[in-house]
Structures are given as structure tokens and as C-alpha cells.
Design a protein around this ligand. Structure first.
Ligand SMILES: [Fe+2]
Length: 517
């Protein structure tokens, strides 16, 4: 009875105070306006149980044997207040390919604790990190959430994350991740469907959130990861898992203020951690602003830490002023120059993803060199000025992660965040080969699938690039298979239902599928 009364009182507070007094009088910024953020092919779709025997034009190389899985945001409830693209519930899309056939397509929500509690409520009750948590209405939404939790109406301890950003296959599990929570274990079933096994704490070893871009070392099989905290120190922790899933001790990294660290990089012997100028200042909400801010007084830097360090005192920091990389594509050690080479896309304005800005987004593929002995850095755009084009989301051959790579496969982020194609970039020469989706056709991250044995047998670019594409003119959703060596289209798989633009994906081999926990 008490709970029912409390629920009714809090619902009334939400509609009269938050919605009518605090939110309605203010126009939403573009970064929180659902009519902007989830328009067109960013709009959510319903789940799709497996559809088999997909039509294929062209020829799928028979060696591609496994599942291309891609994560994305797909709000289950129609937003009634602020909503940013990153706030949507996680949904995984999966295409099963075997013996030259596209066997199945399915998409499913990742059944997070957040989603299941909101389903029971019949409406969104967890605050949306970017779309809602700004200004006084954001403070009020947080207070409302904690009040509901105090009354036992919601349980944040079960997890608050959306699991919509990254995917990694590690130690028998496909993990769906967002940086605000533990990963979720999603099982790929024998008929190409997806089933959420649950929130995964690595058998009790991981007690806090993990970023959505852990790195699996292709030689050791270890998985390296970070966790950041926006409220309490240490603001950053580093840890790794042995191939059998055993977690290391954590290394607490001293930072002066909580910092957004969406991605990082590994080399053969080190991890490379960006500590850039996009930081969290929760007090900004009380002043009416966003808690995610660009701190112009902070100097961007990278920390280089031995992989098996016991303490952050072993971290060597190198300043790289005015550098913001949301993602890092690779890094490696260069003994001849005693430098760590980092490949990333430098984004300006640095906070453009989170805050409304009229400045044009630039995303410059950059080589950053860190000399940990002298503490100095240099940086250079990889593409020549005449060829400069915004490049974001993509990858190198994952069998070479942490080692010198010649090529990166990156989305052409013009426009952004839906993209018009992808490019294969020679990181040494700056030579760029573009694959354009064509008029009215857009996609997202390209996924490079190395041929068995590449690069050892036939070269680093021996493999295929998979990508979901939406034809906004004829309404078709497709999966493209492009030969990475010559960048020619090999096959087009027709998908049975609309696939929204999304975030990061991975390829799970048949062998890995068979070894699932
Ligand atoms: Fe990401």
C-alpha cells in the first residue's frame, strides 16, 4: 500500500513538476531532441526472430563462416522527454553466414535489468544519461530516480546500463557493453537467434562498470579493460583478464577529475590511456548546464602503462595538447625511435557529440607519437590535405591489434553519424581507397573479417569487410561483403527487415560459436 501511494505521488511529481514546470518551458537542444536523434533510420525497430535463407546477390566467399553481430541503440519506449542517440536500449543484430550462404538474420533487445524493470513499470524510469541529465530538470530526474529507488520501486543495484555500444567475444561469451555498467552475456543460438544469458560479472570478479571497448590481445588471448567512475575516486581503474577469464588485480589510476574515457589502445607490452579534456562536472547541472563539459584549462595527455603494472606509479604521461580521440584504432611500439605510435581520429569540437554546437565536426585520422623517455609527443594527419575526409568508427585487422598495422578500415563520417561509405587507409602513405554506398545509401562501422591465417599467410588485408547499409530511397536494408584487398563488392545480402544505424560490431567465427559457454 505504501509503495502504491509512493508510486502515485512520484508519478504526480514527475508530470507536474519535472515535465510541466522544468522541461516543457525549455526547447530541447538538438543533442537531446528525439525528433532529431532518432529520426529516419535511427528510429527503433521491433525484435525480429530468425529469418532463414536470405537472398544474396553476388558470391559470399565460402571461408566466411560465423556471425556478424552489431550493437546499437533502440529505445523500447517512445521518448517523452530528452533523448540522445546513445541513450537507447541495446539491441543486437546478427547475420549467420556459412558455406557461401546467408543463413539467417535476427535482432533482439539485450535484456538488461533496466529494460526489464521499465517493462514492468510500463514507462521509462531510469534517467537518460545524455538526453535528460542536464540542467535543473536533470537534477530533478536524478532525485526522482533515487526517490523511486528508496521506496523500493526500482533497484539500481541490478544495473542501470543500456548495453548498446560495443560487442566483444571473449572466453566463450559474446558480451554486449556500454561503459556505464557491467557487460551483458548474449548467447547466439544454433538457429541464429540471440538470447540474453544475463548481466555478467566474470563470476563475481568484476564489481563495477567496464568500458565498451576492451581489447583482446591476438597473441596472448588476454582481454584488457578500463573502468571510469564519475563520482568517486579513483576515477579510473585498469585491469585485465587471462584467456580463462581470471581477472587481474586493479590498478587505480590517479586523475584529478572524472574524465570520459570511451576507448583506449594496447601495444605488445603496454596499454595506452587517453586522459583528454572532455570531463564530468556534475555541479554544472545545478547551474543549468550539461555535466559533460570540455575543460579548456586541462591539457590532453596519454598515459603509457606496462600491461602487468602493479601500480599507476609505472604510468608515464605524455602531453598531447588539444587532442580529443573518442576512439583509438591501434597502437604499437617502435623500438627504433623509442616511441609508441597511436592511431586515432582527432575530433573537434571535442564535446560535439554531447553538447549542441554549430561548429562543423572534424574527425582527422592522426598518427600520434609518444616518447615516454623525453615526455614529448608529435602528431600528424595521416591523409594529405587534398584528401582530408572525416573518418570515424572502424578497425584494423584484429589479428594484429597492438602491432604495427599498415591498414585501417574506417567509416567516411560525412555525413555523421550515418555515414556514406568506408575507406581503406594506408597508414604509412596516406593513400585512401573509398567504397561509397551510393546516392541515398548510408551505413555505419565497417567490420573487417580476416581470412584464416591472415596476415601470416597472404597479407594483412586478406579478408572481407562486412557492413549494414540502408537504402533510404527504396527502403532496403542490406549487408555488404566487400573484398578488403581490392575494395570491390563481392555480395549483397538482402535483410528481411529494417536495420537501424548503430554502433560497434564484431565477427564471431563458427569455432567460437561452438565454444560458447
Ligand atoms: Fe565506441
Amino acid at each position: 500500500m505504501f509503495q502504491r501511494a509512493a508510486a502515485a505521488a512520484l508519478d504526480a511529481f514527475e508530470s507536474t513538476v519535472i515535465t510541466n514546470l522544468l522541461e516543457k518551458p525549455h526547447a530541447l537542444p538538438k543533442t537531446a531532441d528525439p525528433t532529431v536523434q532518432i529520426a529516419g533510420n535511427f528510429a527503433p525497430v521491433d525484435e525480429q526472430p530468425p529469418v532463414h535463407s536470405l537472398p544474396v546477390r553476388g558470391r559470399i566467399p565460402p571461408f566466411i563462416n560465423g556471425v556478424y553481430a552489431r550493437n546499437g541503440a533502440n529505445p523500447h519506449f517512445t521518448p517523452t522527454a530528452g533523448h540522445h542517440l546513445f541513450d537507447g536500449d541495446g539491441m543486437v543484430h546478427a547475420v549467420r553466414v556459412r558455406n557461401g550462404a546467408a543463413e539467417s538474420y535476427a535482432c533482439r533487445f539485450t535484456e538488461t535489468a533496466r529494460l526489464s524493470q521499465e517493462r514492468a513499470f510500463g514507462k521509462p524510469v531510469f534517467p537518460k544519461a545524455i538526453g535528460e541529465l542536464h540542467g535543473h530538470s536533470g537534477v530533478a530526474r536524478l532525485a526522482l530516480f533515487f526517490a523511486r529507488a528508496a521506496c523500493g520501486l526500482v533497484d539500481p543495484a541490478q544495473g542501470t546500463g543500456v548495453a548498446n555500444a560495443g560487442l566483444v567475444y571473449f572466453n566463450g561469451r559474446l558480451l554486449a557493453m556500454s561503459e556505464d555498467d557491467l557487460p551483458y552475456h548474449v548467447r547466439v543460438t544454433g538457429n541464429g537467434d540471440l538470447r540474453t544469458a544475463g548481466r555478467f560479472d566474470f563470476d563475481g570478479q568484476l564489481r563495477h562498470a567496464m568500458i565498451a571497448h576492451p581489447k583482446v590481445d591476438p597473441v596472448s588471448g588476454e582481454m584488457f579493460a578500463l573502468s571510469y567512475d564519475v563520482i568517486k575516486k579513483p576515477y579510473l581503474n585498469y585491469f585485465y583478464f587471462k584467456p580463462d577469464g581470471t581477472k587481474s588485480d586493479e590498478v587505480a589510476v590517479e586523475l584529478d577529475q572524472p574524465t570520459m574515457i570511451h576507448d583506449f589502445a594496447i601495444t605488445e607490452n603496454h596499454v595506452v590511456v587517453p586522459d583528454h579534456q572532455v570531463v564530468f562536472k556534475l555541479q554544472e547541472m545545478f547551474r543549468g548546464g550539461s555535466p559533460v563539459v570540455l575543460d579548456k584549462n586541462k591539457t590532453s595527455r596519454f598515459g603509457v602503462l606496462p600491461k602487468y603494472a602493479k601500480s599507476s606509479s609505472e604510468m608515464k604521461w605524455v602531453d598531447v595538447p588539444d587532442c580529443f580521440c573518442f576512439h583509438l584504432w591501434n597502437a604499437w611500439e617502435e623500438p627504433e625511435s623509442e616511441e609508441i605510435v597511436v592511431i586515432g581520429s582527432c575530433m573537434t569540437p571535442a564535446d560535439s557529440i554531447f553538447n549542441d554546437t554549430d561548429d562543423r565536426l572534424e574527425s582527422v585520422l592522426t598518427e600520434i607519437r609518444l616518447n615516454t623517455r623525453t615526455g614529448r609527443s608529435t602528431r600528424r594527419p595521416i591523409l594529405p590535405p587534398s584528401q582530408q575526409v572525416n573518418l570515424e568508427v572502424g578497425m584494423v585487422n584484429r589479428n594484429l591489434l597492438g602491432r604495427r598495422t599498415r591498414y585501417a578500415y574506417l567509416a567516411v563520417a560525412e555525413p555523421w553519424p550515418k555515414v556514406s561509405g568506408f575507406a581503406k587507409v594506408d597508414l604509412q602513405t596516406g593513400e585512401l581507397v573509398r567504397f561509397e554506398y551510393g546516392e541515398g545509401r548510408f551505413g555505419g562501422e565497417p567490420c573487417f573479417v580476416p581470412t584464416d591465417g591472415a596476415p601470416a599467410v597472404r597479407g594483412e588485408d586478406d579478408g572481407y569487410i562486412l557492413s549494414f547499409v540502408r537504402d533510404e530511397v527504396n527502403g532496403a536494408s542490406e549487408m555488404l561483403v566487400v573484398n578488403a584487398a581490392d575494395m570491390r563488392l563481392e555480395a549483397t545480402v538482402q535483410l528481411p527487415s529494417r536495420v537501424p544505424y548503430g554502433f560497434h560490431g564484431t565477427f564471431i567465427t563458427a569455432k567460437e560459436l561452438d565454444a560458447q559457454a
